[in-house]
Design a protein around this ligand. Structure first.
Ligand code: PMP
Ligand code: GLU
Length: 398
């Protein structure tokens, strides 16, 4: 008889966003014309300056192991970026380069969480948080939030949930899946509660450059020394530089014990991210950043079009997105089961969307506008006509 696989491996739900992306690609490969509002993956190409840096790194045989924390040149650029744009004072020694922000989050949780520790996660949450917490032996404690507040958490709800077992709070701002952005007062309130209670903050700021309607981004670690000491700042290159497949992210903390422990863990898991990609990452940060602004402008154009179309549809409401590249839409007037709704929308409406259940919240779906404007126009047509069909079938007065 075969011995069982680990309990941890069997308790994990595979990533719904990646599963949906795989299914969409499979259907498309079989000739089906599907528009994907599913995965949050930038559709832009990587800037030439970044590509050239990778080519140069290959041609100059930059092919050996690097420091576990990453090459100094990259960490210096990251520290400089976090200081000048996020207002956080880090030295290059406070930075660890990772294989994507996912790996930074995973390592942060492995560093902070012991068996049975609780980690507070505001609802709705990005799909991987809960599973990463479980993999670290922890227990996700979900913080209820209100639609009226764009599903943003506040200091009171975090305070209520803190127990003796609470180790950390995960803050994601701008938020995936809602696109909501925290104002300074809200974030400061949460940071103060964490400082008072000695609870760590994992601050996932991967969408910090994706802001609209004049929204501003604030970093948890920028609220003074005590805040910085309990915070691990997470960011990466997948979104800002449209490099999701290159797998480069980073974690930063002014808490030396955290950085030491994280690099110890990372050294055993991946050694470090690819040497070639690290060179490309340094070039991305050194480059003139105009291309980032251009991408964000185009995302905004898509966002506005999608919102206009959604506003025309009957019985829909959505969180007003001021950041990231998602719209979180209340479909409870059409279906109580977001997975079934998403599957029907994919098979019959030919549009891929992610069910709210993947983010811990039923009755909603997430639309990503990280796809071409043409696809958005076509996809929104399909989406709204699919909804009016359901409306016709279910509304007795129609
Ligand atoms: N955090 C959030 C909120 C995300 O949406 C993503 C998307 N992939 C990640 C982290 C991980 O990004 P990466 O590709 O850098 O691993
Ligand atoms: N973060 C993106 C999303 O939510 C990419 C997929 C993933 O890494 O989960 O769609």
């Amino acid at each position: 008889m075969k011995r069982p696989l680990s309990i941890k491996s069997q308790s994990i739900v595979p990533s719904a966003t990646l599963a949906l992306s795989a299914l969409t690609k499979e259907l498309q490969a079989n000739g089906e014309d599907i528009i994907s509002f599913g995965i949050g993956e930038p559709d832009f190409n990587v800037d030439q300056v970044i590509k050239q840096a990778a080519v140069d790194a290959i041609n100059s045989d930059f092919s050996h192991y690097t420091e576990v924390k990453g090459i100094y040149e990259l960490r210096e650029e990251i520290a400089e970026r976090l200081q000048s744009e996020n207002g956080i004072k880090y030295s290059p020694d406070d930075i660890i380069a990772t294989s994507g922000a996912k790996h930074a989050l995973f390592t942060a949780l492995q560093t902070l969480v012991s068996e049975g520790d609780e980690v507070i996660v505001p609802l709705p949450y990005w799909v991987s948080y809960s599973e990463m917490i479980k993999l670290a032996g922890g227990v996700p404690v979900l913080a209820r939030t209100e639609f009226e507040n764009s599903f943003l958490p506040d200091a009171d709800i975090i305070r209520e949930l803190i127990s003796d077992k609470t180790k950390a709070v995960i803050i994601n701002d701008p938020v995936n899946p809602t696109g909501a952005v925290m104002d300074k007062k809200r974030l400061k309130g949460i940071v103060e509660v964490c400082v008072e209670n000695g609870v760590y903050i994992i601050s996932d700021e991967i969408y910090d450059k994706f802001l609209y309607d004049g929204a501003k981004h604030y970093s948890a670690a920028a609220f003074g020394e005590e805040a910085s000491d309990i915070t691990i700042t997470i960011n990466g290159f997948s979104k800002t530089y449209a490099m999701p497949g290159w797998r480069l992210g980073y974690a930063a903390s002014s808490n030396k014990d955290i950085v030491k422990a994280m690099s110890g863990i990372s050294g055993h898991c991946i050694s470090h991210p690819s040497s070639i990609v690290q060179k490309a990452g340094a070039a991305a940060l050194k480059a003139e950043q105009g291309f980032v602004g251009k991408m964000v402008k185009e995302y905004d154009r898509r966002r506005q079009y999608m919102m206009t179309q959604l506003n025309k549809a009957e019985n829909l409401r959505f969180v007003l997105p001021k950041g990231a590249f998602y719209l979180f839409v209340d479909i409870s007037a059409y279906s109580g089961n977001s997975s079934e709704f998403a599957m029907d929308m994919l098979r019959n409406g030919k549009v891929a969307v992610v069910p709210g259940s993947a983010f811990g919240l039923e009755g909603f779906i997430r639309l990503s506008y990280a796809c071409s404007y043409e696809d958005i126009v076509k996809g929104m047509n399909r989406f709204t006509s699919y909804l009016s069909n359901i409306h016709e079938q279910t509304d007795p007065d129609y």
